[in-house]
Design a protein around this ligand. Structure first.
Ligand code: AMP
Length: 314
């Protein structure tokens, strides 16, 4: 991929997770929405990360951020605090999970502050974090060209009004299917999507785990991206955030206003990065990629649903 790297600012959680899957467990697994987003998006754009961690956060990850080209000057380290911790157990199907514990820790008193120059980043992603913090960052920005966001069921339940305020401001919302249903009370995803667009989301991506993702754009069009059928999923944690990293990273790299074709391509780069993410715990797989591996997988996705040469019955 070529040289020009636009600035893409992400604010979100940086976490230490405890992951339990039907076949494995990792107790100190670095995660967080901003971590996965940054490690995926760094292949496309110059990522600036804003978040907070405690003194228990591994130095190794700070080195990994540096190696990936992620600027972590906006990652505050609270010396007498503990990092946000999340514990989850995946069900047999690896698509559904139960949250066992959430400890906000340093996030409880976090006020995001942007290092000088960050406010003029051209691209912004408000990854999953308290909607109030998303709003604070959004309001400090000086007219980003494109702003995306993500959220989760917890915030739909406990901070709905703030969440609706952020949704109405951004250009793209990514949300998973259960959250789309929870937000709207609609089971049918097309109806849920239209409901969320009426709440002010211009472009909407509904993530469906192993079933791929749906795009509903502001022109009323929609598009379906598959997920790569994988024989073995090691850890689905962060798939949604890696999707968002590939999606926003591609749009930033293209630098054009999002349109039908660029949004569709972004959907595939998102799916590519999500498919790598689930092949390992934490960001293990994301950190070892290169442009050739990403392009090769993009081509695999193109083949996955290519029926242009199919015989059409006359
Ligand atoms: P995903 O699998 O893409 O939904 O993202 C999983 C990540 O979300 C994990 O690494 C968690 O640390 C993080 N996470 C879980 N709960 C929260 C929360 N309430 N706020 C922010 N991040 C969270």
């Amino acid at each position: 991929m070529s040289v020009e790297r636009p600035d893409l600012l992400v604010v979100g959680s940086v976490a230490i997770d405890w992951i339990i899957t039907p076949s494995a467990e990792r107790e100190e697994s670095v995660g967080g929405s901003a971590t996965f987003f940054a490690m995926a998006a760094a292949y496309f754009a110059s990522v600036r990360l804003v978040g907070v961690v405690g003194a228990d956060f591994p130095q190794r990850t700070l080195a990994d951020f540096r190696a990936a080209g992620v600027d972590a000057a906006g990652l505050r380290i609270v010396e007498d605090g503990l990092t946000f911790r999340w514990k989850g157990r995946y069900h047999e199907n690896m698509n559904d999970r139960t949250t066992l514990e959430t400890h906000l820790n340093v996030f409880e008193s976090f006020v995001p502050s942007l290092p000088p120059g960050y406010e003029s980043s051209e691209y912004l992603f408000l990854a999953n974090i308290q909607p109030q913090l998303q709003l604070q960052v959004f309001e400090r920005m000086v007219g980003p060209r494109l702003c995306g966001m993500d959220t989760m069921n917890l915030w739909i339940d406990v901070a709905r009004d703030d969440l609706l305020r952020v949704i109405a401001k951004v250009d793209v919302l990514t949300i998973n299917e259960e959250e789309a249903r929870l937000l709207t009370g609609e089971h049918n995803l097309v109806k849920a999507a239209r409901g969320i667009q009426r709440m002010g989301a211009r472009n909407l991506v509904i993530k469906r785990g192993e079933y791929g993702a749906l795009l509903f754009d502001e022109s009323g069009d929609f598009f379906v991206a598959p997920a790569l059928p994988l024989e073995e999923v090691i850890d689905p944690t962060g798939a949604g955030d890696s999707f968002a990293g590939g999606f926003m990273g591609y749009l930033a790299r293209r630098g054009v206003p999002p349109s039908g074709a660029s949004l569709r391509t972004a959907m595939i780069y998102g799916s590519v990065m999500a498919s790598f993410c689930v092949e390992g715990f934490s960001y293990d797989r994301l950190r070892e990629l290169d442009a050739a591996a990403i392009q090769a997988r993009f081509r695999r996705f193109a083949q996955l649903t290519d029926f242009a040469h199919a015989h059409l019955l006359s």
